[in-house]
Design a protein. Structure first.
Length: 171
C-alpha cells in the first residue's frame, strides 16, 4: 500500500483562507485527489484538525466532492519510552518541551508510530504532505517529505513531486 500523511493548514489551505476564516480550498483538494487517482495512495490525517470533530466534518465535506476518504489518523503523542525501545534517538523539535511530558508530540514520531503499529514496515511507500517539517525530518529522509508552503499550499508542482516520490522505490 501507499500512504499520504496529510497535514491541512498550509497544504489544503493558505494563510489567505485562514485570515478570511475559510477552511479548505477546493482547488487544493482537487490537487490532492489527483495524487490519489494517479497513485492509489490512502490518506492518513496527521493534522491537529484530527483532534476536533467539527474540523474532521469540514475535511470530509471537502473530500466528498472528490470521492476521497480518510484511511486513518495518527494518534496524539507517542510514548518516549516506546521510541527509545524502538531505536529512535533524535533531537526533539524545539517547539515541544520533552522534559515536561512522557509523550512526544513530534508529528514525525506520530507518523513513525502509525506506520510501525499498523504495518510494521510492510508498506510499499508513503509521503508526508506538510508545510512545517522540522519535527518530521528528524524521523524521515527527504525522499518521503513533500514540503508545501502556507503561502501557496499544494501546488501542481508539489503534486508532481508527490507522485514522483510515491512511485519511487526507497530502501
Amino acid at each position: 500500500m501507499k500512504f499520504i500523511f496529510l497535514d491541512i493548514d498550509g497544504v489544503l489551505n493558505t494563510y489567505q483562507e485562514v485570515m478570511r476564516d475559510e477552511m479548505i480550498r477546493t482547488d487544493l483538494v482537487a490537487n490532492l485527489a489527483a495524487i490519489v487517482k494517479r497513485t492509489g495512495a490512502k490518506i492518513v490525517l496527521t493534522s491537529s484538525w484530527r483532534l476536533f470533530n467539527n474540523m474532521i466534518t469540514k475535511i470530509m465535506d471537502a473530500f466528498n466532492e472528490f470521492d476521497l476518504s480518510l484511511y486513518g489518523m495518527t494518534q496524539e503523542g507517542v510514548s518516549k519510552r516506546w521510541l527509545v525501545d524502538h531505536g529512535i534517538n533524535v533531537k526533539p523539535c524545539p517547539r515541544y518541551d520533552w522534559r515536561q511530558d512522557e509523550l512526544c508530540y513530534d508529528r514525525g514520531a506520530e507518523i513513525f508510530y502509525w506506520l510501525f503499529t499498523h504495518y510494521n514496515h510492510s508498506y510499499e511507500n508513503f509521503i508526508i504532505l506538510d508545510d512545517e517539517v522540522d519535527d518530521i525530518k528528524n524521523y524521515f529522509k527527504s525522499e518521503y517529505i513533500v514540503q508545501t508552503t502556507f503561502k501557496s499550499g499544494l501546488t501542481q508542482e508539489k503534486v508532481n513531486e508527490a507522485v514522483t516520490k510515491l512511485e519511487a522505490y526507497h530502501e
